[in-house]
Design a protein around this ligand. Structure first.
Ligand SMILES: [Zn+2]
Length: 116
């Protein structure tokens, strides 16, 4: 099973980086978790948010967020729309389903009409 966090939205925050004080480097990234197995692909409801400073290449953890950053984050989170959770079956899964259905159909037919 493969788990991936795919970037849905990236925004630049106009706040000071708490590490290097740059005002141009803070980037807020919204990601959503995807799961892929050999039978299906699924978009989960799980989302993650990260703030990273592109100037000093530091990930800013929520404990280091300033009030201004929190405000910016809240603002963008309200307008953030995650992708709808869904599951897509792969060809392999459909084939397996069809084979199971055929076997079931044969089984039912033989039970209902044992003299065939
Ligand atoms: Zn920085």
């Amino acid at each position: 099973m493969i788990e991936k966090h795919i970037t849905i939205k990236e925004v630049i925050l106009n706040n000071n980086c708490p590490e290097c004080y740059s005002t141009t480097g803070l980037q807020l990234t919204f990601k959503q978790k995807f799961i892929e197995t050999s039978f299906y692909k699924s978009i989960t409801k799980e989302t993650t948010q990260d703030i990273e400073c592109k100037t000093c290449n530091t990930k800013i953890y929520p404990v280091r967020w300033t009030k201004d950053m929190e405000r910016g984050f809240d603002y963008h989170q309200k307008s953030f729309e995650s992708k709808k959770a869904s599951i897509k079956l792969k060809k392999k899964a459909w084939l397996l389903l069809i084979i199971i259905l055929i076997i079931l159909a044969i089984g039912i037919t033989l039970t209902v009409f044992p003299n065939l």
